[in-house]
Write a protein that binds this ligand. Sequence first.
Ligand SMILES: Cc1cc2nc3c(=O)[nH]c(=O)nc-3n(C[C@H](O)[C@H](O)[C@H](O)COP(=O)(O)OP(=O)(O)OC[C@H]3O[C@@H](n4cnc5c(N)ncnc54)[C@H](O)[C@@H]3O)c2cc1C
Length: 387
Amino acid sequence: MAPLRIAIIGAGPAGLTLARLLQVKGIPCTVYDLDANPHSRDQGGTVDLHRRGGQMVIEEAGLLEEFKKLARPEGEATKLVKYDGMVVIDENVQKVERTEEHKDRPEIDRLRLRQLLLGSLTEGNIVWGKKLLGVEKSKKVDGKFDLRFDGSVEEAFDIVVGADGAWSKVRPFLTDKNPFYSGITAIELWAMDVDIQHQWLSQYVGQGTMFMFDEGRAIICQRNGNNSIRTYAAVRQQETWLNDCGIDWSAPEAKTRLIEGYFADCADDLKRVILDSNDNLIPRPMYMLPVDIKWEPKAGVTLIGDAAHLMTPFAGVGVNIAMVDALDLSRAITSCVDDDKENIGAAMSAFEKEMFRRSQMFANKTWKNMQSHFSATGIDERAALIH
Ligand SMILES: Cc1cc2nc3c(=O)[nH]c(=O)nc-3n(C[C@H](O)[C@H](O)[C@H](O)COP(=O)(O)OP(=O)(O)OC[C@H]3O[C@@H](n4cnc5c(N)ncnc54)[C@H](O)[C@@H]3O)c2cc1C
């Protein structure tokens, strides 16, 4: 019997993890990504891998020891600050007993996680510079699928996995549901070489993440492994706010306008966090898929990660559940290869059923966190969650 022809769209954490897990089982697949090469796009900040989430999957992928060398357990340190500057908790200077669920969540830079997964894959299994436009039923072979890329078509796949993130081009094959605006827009700012160039900021933020939550606003600063700090100044505003708030985000005075308009009554330290960052402000409206998203199974095509269940980052679970999706799907695919290829439909449908249950649970939690954190008691709610 010919091996299954498997395509994974997207070389993010979900797609690369699935490719690695299949490789460990000796199942060939091809990953397609729109990036021109692995270095063509900044991978952003840092993520934490949970013991029963990303870490469990990394272990299954045979990469736990390598992961431990790259991870930053000290990056777990959390500092919670009220809008008036009062420090509620600072794990950089005090020992706080965390709830079981929030223990053992070492941080890793996204770039390092990507390098770890990429380095574990056989060369040639990833095709860069392939932007998917859509999935179609094969006109030539019943039960197979063709991939329409920008400039080319790849034919006759048995299994197509959409791991292509928020704006998935595989998703429309399965459902007409689209991401919608969550109500929160963040302005991203960076400070580089902080131990030398921004010593005050470096000390104020500490080794991990500093959070300020308040009614309709937040400031979140996260240290990365490359000695940089990424800050999000976030506000609850309408979707058109970026354009109609009157701030020119590329102008030198954008930071002061942001502070005057939305953080004027905050403590000087919190304003300084914004002022000490560089002038390259990156607006990021946050989108999400419906909390209860589901679709009718279609044998051979499925989604994992953000493509399946995009949520805002306020429960910090996105990468973790993307990787758990990859683990579950790899098991479903392995069972078809081992036992019976005719079972692809049933195995993938069972996988999706469990993924829907899990994603709904985490999407609900994320939604509740977003509501409670962006409130006058937000920082206390955050403290109660983890300690
Ligand atoms: C500010 C912020 C902070 C976060 N913090 C955390 C955290 O601390 N912990 C956590 O667990 N999660 C966190 N998340 C969520 C996490 O980043 C995502 O859930 C995770 O990246 C999803 O992985 P993915 O592989 O599904 O999608 P992505 O990471 O989006 O990867 C998708 C891949 O598909 C490719 N692609 C897209 N479209 C196409 C196309 N048409 N054709 C071909 N390729 C395509 C892209 O180039 C990309 O490589 C955070 C998210 C944000 C926004």
